[in-house]
Design a protein around this ligand. Sequence first.
Ligand SMILES: Cc1ncc(COP(=O)(O)O)c(C=O)c1O
Length: 441
Amino acid sequence: MASVIAPSAQRLALLGGTRVGEVTYSAFPHFSEKAIARVGDVLRAGKAVGLGRFHSPEIAEAEDVVSRYHGGRKVLACSSGHAALQGALAGLEVCCGDEVITTPYTWGASTSCILHQTAIPIFVDVDPDTGLIDPDAVEAAITPRTKAILAVHIFGQPANLPRLRAIADRRGLKLIEDGSQAHGAEVAGLRVGNVGDAAGFSCMGGKVLPTTEAGYLVTPDERVFWKAAMIGQHMGRSPEKDFPDDLRPWVDSLVYTYRITPLNAVLLTEQFGRIDGWLAERRRHADRFRAGLAKSAFLRMPRYAPDVKPVYHLLTMNFDAKAAGVSRDSFAAALKAEGMLAFGYVPSPIPDWARLHWQNYQGPRVSWLSALEAAQVDYRNLPLPHCRHRIANSIETRFDFVDAQEAQVDRMLEIIAKVEASIDDLREHERLRGPATPARR
Ligand SMILES: Cc1ncc(COP(=O)(O)O)c(C=O)c1O
């Protein structure tokens, strides 16, 4: 059995050995010189504020570019992914106690858009391999109060859109997609964002399609587009020329400020011009990583059907703690010490979070508690076994390889191989010291 007497070249950095070396990334987000020049032009021309597509050619251009990417669907550029998602719900008139079946395994904004509409999130379990919402669990949770399903394409993996669409159609529900981590992902030939009744995407600077802060809504339904615009776009003084007449009496300035700036609109346009190349690079690097990871004894990537094309926003791996004989957190700490980002992205199932527990809530007041109380929904101690297992056993890492970065992929593989080769030392370390603190980003 290997022990602390391993030569220092192989000794784990966590135990005082020499680290393999930092995994590095090119500047991200990267903006072309043209994009930067266009931002300068907008600033110099005094066009930095734009009240929607009819006031700003830059916003109209961005919406048209994104619309072409989404097969001609209506696109509303927004200030953020959250704004786009809340706009999607508002556009579909999902609010006021309606139940929305959704995933507990995501970033909080996929849930807060529901809460901010005073709708009621109903959390169901996920696929244990991918962490994506489980269509069978969705179907089992439908009640007469259910109005919509909100699926999240987490880590760039597309949710099972064919099944979710079929369930929504059969049961008379709306389907909303959160594509914030998955621009360009596909399943069964369907691009995410093109299947739901509405979809919201984030384009904040860490995403697959990054600007600085922005988002956009996609919908096949013109009325959904206009109703979404009504809640976030300050159209009060001048409803646009195509605006539906029957909605005009309800246009005012009782709105959220969810408009995009022309600065981010030009970035959105320019970044979309590069998306195909970026996705190809992410996928190429992911294929290399998957091939190298085949040698790993304890880590593997989720398994995808041949018609599933993820975009690898973050790279997610399943860790076999039983085979390794150490906790996920100790293993991640060892990877991190060698130079690789390694963390659990989702800290706990969203329904565990205290700000949803109206029954015993002590914190600063929040607007959604009365809706949750009126619905008598109790999120405390939901079983969600697959979600909990994945939270405890997955390892995520950054994967923004959008130019030739094979050496960095190989370095990650080298780090993993080194930690696995010294697993006995890590086990002994954990036996003496206990597991590492939870691996957070
Ligand atoms: C899955 C998911 N949904 C929604 C959002 C919200 O996007 P934004 O930060 O642009 O509001 C994010 C990212 O932050 C996200 O990762």
